[in-house]
Design a protein around this ligand. Structure first.
Ligand code: UD1
Length: 362
């Protein structure tokens, strides 16, 4: 008997592709076959997917740029994408189809709907994305990365959490070295898969103005976009603070485990990683995120006292410096924030997601 096939459809951003990858890995471990349906942008993130996962590239119909004529063609391109997905599904016969959100999932989710194939979606954020919302009541269930989330009436939501990658899992439960009066202090600054300009503008200045007894013990790992890196490095250098500035840290899990404080955007996977390893954080939600979902993503950590959330509207150098200083100078508070974060971690999210896929195949 051939192993059951799960078709995973994921849109073109890292935010959609990371959780899709985690589910693929878990299903392969369980002896399933997995196929990925994505667009050209998503394919750039697919390099980290297991080699055993074949890819089907769908046309980026709805993201096509151009004038009115090009836009007029969008419904036709979606329709032809759906027909192509139906043909592929009739040949592949997936047992279950899982959508992770984004426009490139429209063909696969529509085809699964019209063919009556068991299907679910995973929503990583505390506010549903547009495509996931459109399908939420037309799937068997919605696996939710953040809870509670704003499900439309009639949708069946199940809290799974957001899957973390194996490299993060390796540091779950790693002991937290709380900041003390004489210990080295390591601060990690991350802005999501693309980096975040606002963190490069405000964080180095806030850090450089900390009292000398803190600066002398500080070292930074600061993810900065290539175009901001020189300025970020120069500010730390002028304040004689050791700083490793890179456009992307391949070893974020290790740096997270080693830090006393993380300053971060509140993208779904970043929040999941911070909670899983259990570190105090200052979260700065991306104000322009659809439906302000990064604020929703940060809520549970904020309400539990695991994170301080600074909305961009009130973010300034002084307030950020005050918060950084308060956490790095208070061993008891930092320790409590770390353990509260850990209590919200869902290191078993990929397992839970895979369990749901298996149940849908019964
Ligand atoms: C700008 C934007 O719209 N971002 C969205 C995008 O997230 P985006 O892809 O920006 O960010 P996420 O926080 O979801 O994921 C970032 C991941 O990259 C890792 N990392 C980060 C920096 C680094 O140097 N190295 C590294 O490995 C983090 O640990 C994390 O695992 O999709 C998410 C899921 O839909 C949304 O919640 C975010 O709002």
């Amino acid at each position: 008997m051939t192993a059951p096939l799960c078709l995973i459809a994921a849109g073109g951003t890292g935010g959609h592709m990371f959780p899709a990858q985690a589910l693929s890995e878990e299903l392969l471990k369980r002896g399933w076959r997995v196929k990925l349906s994505t667009d050209e942008r998503g394919a750039r993130y697919a390099g980290a997917f297991p080699a055993a996962v074949p890819r089907e590239i769908v046309a980026s119909a709805t993201t096509a740029r151009g004038g009115a004529l090009a836009k007029l063609g969008v419904p036709f391109r979606i329709a032809s994408g759906v027909l192509a997905a139906r043909r592929a599904m009739k040949a592949d016969r997936p047992a279950v189809v899982v959508g992770f959100g984004g426009y490139p999932t429209i063909p696969a989710m529509s085809a699964a709907l019209t063919l009556g194939i068991p299907r679910m979606i995973h929503e990583a954020n505390g506010v549903m994305g547009r495509v996931n919302r459109a399908f939420a009541t037309r799937v068997d269930l919605v696996a939710c990365g953040i809870w509670p989330t704003d499900l439309p009436k009639g949708a069946k939501g199940i809290y799974t959490g957001n899957p973390i990658r194996a490299a993060v899992e390796a540091y779950v439960g790693a002991p937290y070295q709380a900041p003390r009066a004489d210990t080295p202090l390591h601060v990690l600054v991350i802005g999501g898969s693309q980096g975040a300009r606002v963190l490069s503008k405000v964080v180095p200045e806030a850090i450089a103005g900390l009292p000398p007894e803190i600066c002398a013990r500080l070292s930074l790992s600061h993810q900065a976009r290539a175009e901001d890196a020189d300025e970020v490095s120069a500010t730390y250098r002028a304040a004689r603070i050791a700083a490793d500035v890179q456009p992307f840290f391949a070893d974020v899990p290790e740096r997270l485990a080693a830090c006393q404080l993380v300053i971060s955007r509140s993208g779904a996977s970043s929040v999941a990683d911070i909670a899983a390893i259990g570190r105090p954080s200052i979260l700065i939600p991306f104000a322009a995120a659809t439906g302000d979902h990064q604020t929703a993503n940060s809520r549970a950590l904020a309400e539990a006292g695991a994170a301080v959330v600074l909305p961009e509207s009130v973010l300034d150098v002084e307030s950020l410096r005050r918060d950084i200083r308060a956490i790095l100078s208070d061993e008891a508070r930092a320790t409590q924030m770390a353990s509260r974060a850990l209590s919200l971690g869902r290191p078993d999210a990929a397992t839970r997601l895979a369990d749901l896929v298996v149940e849908l195949n019964r």
